[in-house]
Design a protein around this ligand. Sequence first.
Ligand SMILES: *Cc1c(COP(=O)(O)O)cnc(C)c1O
Length: 350
Amino acid sequence: MTYLRPAIAAMKGYVPGFQPDDVASWIKLNTNENPYPPSPKVVEAILSEIGTDGASLRTYPSASSQKLREAAAELYGFDPSWIIMANGSDEVLNNLIRACAGQGQEIGYVHPSYSYYSTLAEIQGANVCTYGLTESFRIEAFPEQYHGTVFFLTTPNSPLGFAFPPAYIEELARNCGGLLVIDEAYADFADWNALELVKKYENVVVTRTLSKSYALAGMRLGLAIARPEIIAALDKIRDHYNLDRLAQAACVAALKDQTYFRESCRRIIATREWFTAELTAIGYSVIPSQANFVFATPPDKNGKRVYDALFERKILVRLLSDPLLAHGLRISIGTREEMEQTYTALSEIG
Ligand SMILES: *Cc1c(COP(=O)(O)O)cnc(C)c1O
């Protein structure tokens, strides 16, 4: 197929987590979705945006998503010029690579983390350099001066769940010659985050998503926080109407209902701690998690065996295709009831 660019012809494409059609008959713990619904204010805002006849949908949405930027700016303590909204944080990760990495340039990330960075780099014809982790969850052989154009740091890490300590992230920001994109998809479940570093270092970008902590994966909402020069560059290359009207209404309502949001996160964190302790007591080794999932290894280190046994009981978790991670499973934190059932199943499976 000679009409394809060689980079596109050669790439495999990203494979998202399995989404069963009959979702209701599963305990679905494989893609880190929130087990609780979004704030009732979100539903109200969407219904009010549609109205009784859908007339609002005739016209294009706000191109700048200004109200969303203002809501996010207020929440995170930045000027709105430091914020860009995105159709899922995947969109803004994509645009960061499009803005900074061309043919033959290099991007880097930690392995294991989010392999989608690799797919995005391949589309650009950019080279990818991955760095492993040490036993104590530091980056193996991170150079004194990283020379690629972008380095992606997923913290809390997925699929392992640990978070890099703030002082260590700051050291990486100093040693990074290109942009340091800190993918904080799970930061709302963690004890700390890197927002202060955006103010302190001009090469630091933080990305967030409303998919997990705000229970809006189906709405596709994410954002990036960075210096206005970087935001202006991202604004040039995004689709001009990247967020639809319903997503914009939902986003403002979700960010403004912090009481609901905090309670929902608190319950997930409490369940995570309970589930971690229970699994540990039956001989699993569980990495202490700062996210809404845990990476757990059964006593016989056979992730596939346990995955299959859970699958038979209609409990869906994530078995990573990477042979380095075949000893364990990534299990999203569901409701307390779902996790009690999962715990019971795991104690039977052994
Ligand atoms: C879920 C996830 C994303 C994508 O978030 P969306 O806003 O749903 O596109 C990005 N990075 C990491 C590490 C994630 O786990």
